[in-house]
Design a protein around this ligand. Structure first.
Ligand code: TRP
Length: 453
């Protein structure tokens, strides 16, 4: 083991950090985090979310990258290798299968939502050339959701962008582009934050986000916060494991892991602070925004700031989504390339087509199929719930148990040469006990809350 991966390798430590941060920072930070905080009581949700990142997210992130680098193959095959090495059952590779299933489900709706951002970027672009722009944000969003053809079109465009990168292999071009585009997104968020200060609601927004009302923490909030911690860090479906397989041996896994987690969490909190004052200003209250939150509140701000800001914001958000979506498609693509004689291009296109078709369920859940509501939720919400709040934590739980109890200490230590014995022991304790117990309790309480038990 510890040779190079057949799929290629990151050219440097920085290349990995950019790719992994690109995967982590996406719609999860700027679209999903604010609306979940809005719907789950603000501070209580944020507190549980931060605790999940710290005690479960970062340690599992390290575990995923480590397994990938040790196995040097797609998740299923890496786990088979490592299990064989440690005398564990081959059945652990089911973690990789669950991951590929979760990847298809997540990318299916992720691409639909990324399609919304592309559409909004397009509207602002057209406005610069005399288009109508977005006068009534609620009406514009409602009309978009009602139009299955429009949704399908932008969903398809986004999927083509995603498959383009994966089919070519993660090219130098993307590495280089991300280097400029991620800082640009950060600048854009800072500009939005500056605007938010002019609304006079920043204090109120900060109080909503950071002063927890402990009575609001129930099974549903715990599950949502945990699912979001996994989703935002791209954990639990072996995406980071796949990226770890392309990581050079001399890079410190804990250091890159902490860097990626800090960047991801920082962007989410910054987005919250930038977006909530605008939400309060234009929607009246910070709560109850639902998945449309940023699409119905931010356009009001852009009407005052200027269409160019709207264009930049949604274009950069589309790009952030793009650098995330490739990590959802890469694991299955790499797996097909390893197991069959199918080429990378064909494998990526096949998986993308399958995922695009699954995504049509999410498209239709807003219009023709909006009356179909299993468990009182739309079809897209059901897919999100199953994938993010259930499959991702389940995958993370299995990864922790596998690493904590079944992989040989020597194999683990070999990948973490730079940490002290104390830190190494603490991390193995998290893998053995802390993460399985916390995630297990969160899962059980969440499932009970969902089924009204
Ligand atoms: N983390 C990304 C976001 O916040 C989404 C994402 C990309 C993801 N790859 C993933 C989520 C793998 C879970 C698993 O937008």
């Amino acid at each position: 083991m510890d040779k190079a991966s057949i799929h290629g390798m990151w050219s440097s430590r920085l290349a990995f950090i950019l790719a992994a941060t690109g995967s982590a920072v996406g719609l999860g930070n700027i679209w999903r985090f604010p609306y979940l905080a809005s719907d789950n009581g603000g501070g209580a949700f944020v507190l549980v979310y931060l605790a999940c990142i710290l005690f479960v997210g970062v340690p599992i992130l390290v575990a995923e990258i480590l397994l990938g680098r040790r196995g040097r193959m797609s998740p299923v095959n890496s786990i088979i290798r490592i299990a064989a090495d440690s005398g564990a059952s081959r059945a652990w590779s089911s973690i990789g299968w669950i991951g590929m299933l979760a990847g298809v489900l997540i990318l299916s709706f992720y691409s639909v939502v990324a399609g919304w951002t592309l559409y909004y970027a397009w509207l602002y672009f057209a406005q610069l050339f005399g288009g109508a722009g977005i006068a009534d944000a609620g009406a514009t969003f409602g009309a978009l959701l009602g139009d299955a053809g429009e949704l399908t079109f932008w969903h398809a465009i986004f999927m083509v962008l995603t498959v383009g990168v994966v089919a070519l292999g993660v090219e130098k071009g993307l590495e280089r582009a991300v280097k400029f585009l991620m800082p640009a997104l950060l600048l854009m968020l800072l500009a939005l934050l500056g605007y938010s200060f002019t609304t006079g609601h920043v204090g109120e927004a900060a109080a909503f986000l950071f002063v927890p009302d402990f009575s609001k923490i129930d099974g549903g909030v715990m599950m949502a916060a945990m699912g979001q911690a996994f989703f935002s860090l791209s954990l639990g479906m072996c995406a980071m494991m796949t990226y770890g397989a392309y990581l050079p041996k001399d890079v410190s896994i804990p250091r890159v892991g902490v860097t990626v987690a800090l960047a991801d969490t920082g962007v989410a909190l910054l987005a919250g602070l930038a977006i909530f004052p605008i939400v309060i200003e234009f929607l009246g209250a910070p709560t109850g925004g639902g998945p449309g939150l940023i699409f119905t509140s931010l356009p009001s701000a852009f009407n005052q700031m200027g269409a160019i800001f709207g264009l930049l914001f949604f274009a950069l958000l589309s790009i952030a989504a793009w650098t995330s979506s490739i990590s959802l498609l890469e694991p299955a693509t790499a797996f097909i390339v390893e197991r069959t004689s199918i080429t990378r291009k064909v494998a990526a296109c096949g998986m993308a087509l399958l995922t695009w078709i699954v995504g049509l369920v999410s498209v239709l859940s807003f219009n023709h199929w909006s009356h179909i509501r299993p468990f009182g939720l739309s079809l897209m919400d059901n897919i999100e719930l199953l994938a993010n709040d259930f499959l991702l934590p389940l995958g993370g739980l299995l990864i922790a148990v596998f690493v904590g109890w079944f992989v040989s200490r020597k194999a683990l230590r070999d990948q973490l040469p730079d940490v002290s014995d104390g830190v190494f022991t603490a991390w193995t304790v998290v893998m053995r006990f802390v993460a399985p117990i916390l995630v297990g309790v969160g899962l059980v309480r969440g499932v009970m809350a969902k089924f009204g038990m």
